[in-house]
Write a protein that binds this ligand. Structure first.
Ligand SMILES: [Fe+2]
Ligand SMILES: [Fe+2]
Length: 166
């Protein structure tokens, strides 16, 4: 296989990577919701699952707009992040401390996604994919909002974990 030497192909590779990452998350988020104790955290994971399913459709729309086909790839980075997060309920007792560990895992995922979509937006700009940029920014904003909600939740849940340990 020849090496990638243009931004269009780099864009195809990057969008294929994140498309696979989102698909992995549709399997991971229900498990995270199941193991969460705090009602708001549980609801947050369920809500982000619905958003993630919508993001997959949005990425398919971007592919159509840019006339590209996704490559069949596995996002190894997301696989690793999911695996680490997935180990949380094997290592921690269900409750506030596990909730904290789930938030940490989820925020690592969100930051990975935020940077991925940021790079895709930058590439789409270089390639003049104006309509695609709008959609990619929308997704990125959802990831940022999710990260912020997790930060908010962590404040009350951290407090609960601290009290439980005292
Ligand atoms: Fe996402
Ligand atoms: Fe996300």
């Amino acid at each position: 296989m020849s090496k990638v030497d243009n931004l269009h192909d780099l864009f195809v590779m990057e969008i294929s990577d994140i498309y696979n990452a989102e698909k992995q998350l549709t399997k991971a988020l229900p498990k995270m919701a199941k193991h969460a104790t705090d009602a708001k955290l549980k609801a947050g994971f369920e809500n982000h699952l619905a958003e993630t399913e919508d993001q997959i459709s949005k990425l398919e729309e971007v592919a159509k707009l840019c006339d590209i086909k996704f490559k069949s790839v596995t996002c190894e980075a997301m696989k690793g992040l999911v695996k680490e997060g997935g180990e949380a309920w094997e290592e921690f007792e269900k409750g506030a401390v596990l909730d904290c560990a789930l938030i940490i895992a989820a925020q690592k995922v969100e930051h990975y996604e935020i940077s991925g979509y940021g790079s895709l937006c930058a590439l789409a700009e270089k390639l003049d994919y104006a309509d695609a940029i709008k959609i990619l920014r929308e997704i990125q904003e959802q990831e940022v909002a999710t990260d912020e909600k997790l930060t908010e939740l962590s404040k009350t849940i951290n407090q609960k974990a601290y009290k439980a340990a005292a």
